[in-house]
Ligand binder design. Structure first.
Ligand code: AMP
Length: 283
């Protein structure tokens, strides 16, 4: 039986009665197979699975973006039940940000480039809400999608630096058959934009193939990403990046590993995706 909890007090009471370890899956709702994959991993690893559904106003750059974020709680709760989630915390904004709330968690270098540059304040909002969730739930494990690779890095840094007791586990990106990464934002794409959107994954695959066939120049790989995107008229690139996967510093030369990432607009919808390049062990 999935229990639905609204307040901090209800969550605390329910948590006191559950078996450990606890696996936490934070979400903003409008759940899809990407979220399901996190819940399945959490279910496999833990005695108790806690999912949260909270559209976090502090991580949106524009009020309009926040208000038009898709929501369907009934459907989300059915998905949580289907995945065997034990507790769902679906709080109001005031329950997360208690009266007088006045703390901001700001992560340093890994939060600054890419999404940090494109969306000022976004990672402060993410790190702050995740710190609250980690504090409230006290889970042994928390599951995040590699689709938001920089977000995983920011949360890991935050959890280590603040000595939070929750291990951050990254799970693979779940994609549509045509390669488009599942995202709650995909619902905003028009049919023609939806048809064009797999260009993100095609660009990543093309650059990854160049790297596997021996290309080591960061500029050449960035040009490859750009060239594939440019061939799609509806795609308006925001950034392309070939970066060190630990620091996110842009690379001149790619040796053992790199994180390829990009952000692209289709009309008013902004999509991100990434691919990790890793030389096979012993290569
Ligand atoms: P969101 O509801 O968009 O905040 O996402 C909640 C969690 O699901 C985050 O950890 C995301 O990285 C993860 N997620 C979103 N899309 C995918 C996907 N296509 N594959 C795997 N995880 C995802």
């Amino acid at each position: 039986m999935t229990q639905i909890l609204r307040t901090r007090a209800e969550l605390r009471t329910a948590l006191a009665a559950v078996d450990r370890p606890i696996g936490l899956v934070p979400t903003m709702g409008w759940l899809h197979d990407g979220h399901r994959s996190l819940m399945q991993r959490a279910r496999a690893d833990n005695s108790t699975v806690v999912a949260t559904i909270f559209v976090n106003p502090r991580q949106f750059n524009h009020a309009e973006d926040f208000s038009k974020y898709p929501r369907n709680e009934q459907r989300d709760l059915a998905i949580c039940a289907d995945e065997g989630v034990d507790l769902v915390w679906a709080p109001s904004v005031d329950e997360v940000y208690v009266p007088g709330f006045d703390t901001l968690v700001t992560v340093g270098a890994v939060a600054r480039p890419l999404e940090g540059l494109a969306r000022p304040g976004h990672f402060d909002g993410v790190a702050t809400v995740v710190a609250i969730l980690f504090g409230l739930v006290g889970a042994e494990h928390a599951y995040f999608g590699q689709k938001d690779a920089q977000q995983v890095m920011v949360i890991r840094r935050m959890a280590r630096d603040l000595a939070l007791p929750t291990d951050v586990i990254a799970c693979p990106t779940v994609r549509e058959p045509d390669g488009l990464a599942l995202s709650s934002r995909n619902v905003h794409l028009s049919p023609t934009e939806r048809a064009a959107a797999p260009v993100l994954h095609r660009a990543l695959l093309a650059a990854a193939a160049r790297w596997r066939s021996g290309e080591r120049s960061g500029d050449a790989l960035r040009s490859e990403l750009e060239a594939v995107l440019q061939a799609e008229p509806l795609a308006q690139p925001d950034y392309v990046s070939v970066a060190d996967p630990l620091t996110l510093a842009e690379l001149d030369q790619v040796e053992a590993s790199a994180l390829l990432s990009l952000a692209v607009r289709f009309g008013s919808t902004r999509l991100i995706d990434n691919e990790l390049l890793e030389a096979p062990a012993g290569a």
